[in-house]
Design a protein around this ligand. Structure first.
Ligand code: NDP
Ligand code: 8X3
Length: 259
């Protein structure tokens, strides 16, 4: 059966690695044309060339820092003028910066997380949603986190940013009620990507320890769930999904070998 999203236009933010890259590959495999945004141009170009060589979809890229509203709005206007409003927007760009306690943290880390995970997601949504509402169709998938449901020491501000994603997702879905636009949240537990390396600022040992002795989710696992959400019949909105690796029961419960 042809996937419902075949032929649709999907914009994925944070497509240069991890979950966003896996979502891009998955959606291309299902016949969606892509627009891929991130800050690292080389990564995006390489991925776009690879996907274009393996499939018949079109792939455009944009070097966009989602924290820059003027840039986001300008790129969105250019894109909508050239290709029309995307059918699918995946707000995936995000990060954790550091894991310090609140009384010891670097406020620049807080700014990066809030500016990217909360304000960046809002900026991209604000730039594309009006055209979706006007057309009366479209799907927005916001990538939250289990950290948007449960807090852990050293994770207050990252968790706050993901609690905000949860609120924004629910609220936006209420705002578009009565239109043909659907808004969904996908909230993974531990996924092995560059996330931990970014969080621990390149410290590979600390990053590896996050997944030690357990089998985490992969970006492809998350992409499979996002695909399920996007391919639901138009009268269904899969509003909210939490997914864990089998070895994870909550933020606080992870079964590791040898314990
Ligand atoms: P990665 O570090 O592998 O990917 C993060 C992506 O976000 C990169 O493509 C990065 O691209 C992009 N990004 C970061 N900052 C910006 C910015 N200012 N503007 C544009 N793009 C940006 O991590 P993940 O794939 O794991 O993370 C993706 C999402 O999944 C995040 O929102 C994260 O919070 C969430 N998540 C991750 C989990 C995990 O365990 N890995 C679990 C639950 C949720 P570039 O640097 O090129 O800009
Ligand atoms: C990433 C999952 O538990 O490291 O969102 O915060 S966690």
């Amino acid at each position: 059966m042809t996937p419902r999203i075949a032929g649709q236009l999907a914009l994925v933010t944070g497509a240069s690695s991890g979950i966003g890259e896996a979502i891009a590959r998955r959606l291309a495999g299902e016949g969606a044309n892509l627009v891929l945004w991130a800050r690292r141009a080389e990564r995006l170009t390489r991925l776009a060339e690879e996907i274009a060589a393996q499939s018949r979809v079109t792939v455009d890229t944009g070097v966009v820092d989602v924290r820059d509203y003027d840039l986001v709005r300008g790129e969105a206007e250019r894109l909508i003028a050239a290709l029309g409003a995307p059918d699918i927007l995946v707000n995936n760009a995000g990060l954790a910066a550091g894991m310090a306690l609140v009384h010891d943290a670097d406020v620049d880390d807080w700014d990066r997380m809030i500016d990217t995970n909360v304000k960046g997601l809002l900026y991209v949504t604000r730039a594309f949603l009006p055209a979706m509402v006007e057309r009366d169709s479209g799907q927005v998938v916001n990538i939250g986190s289990i950290a948007g449901r449960q807090v852990y020491p050293g994770g207050s501000v990252y968790a706050a940013s993901k609690y905000a994603v949860q609120a924004i997702t629910e609220g936006t879905n209420l705002d578009v009620l009565g239109t043909g636009v659907r808004v969904s949240g996908v909230h993974p537990g531990l996924v092995e990507t560059e996330f931990a390396l970014v969080r621990f600022k390149g410290d590979e040992g600390r990053a590896r320890a996050v997944y030690k002795g357990m089998e985490p989710l992969t970006g492809a696992d998350v992409a499979e769930v996002v695909s399920y959400v996007l391919n639901a019949p138009p009268h269904i909105n899969v509003a909210d999904v939490v997914l864990f690796a089998k070895a994870q029961g909550s933020v606080h419960h992870i079964h590791r070998d040898g314990r």
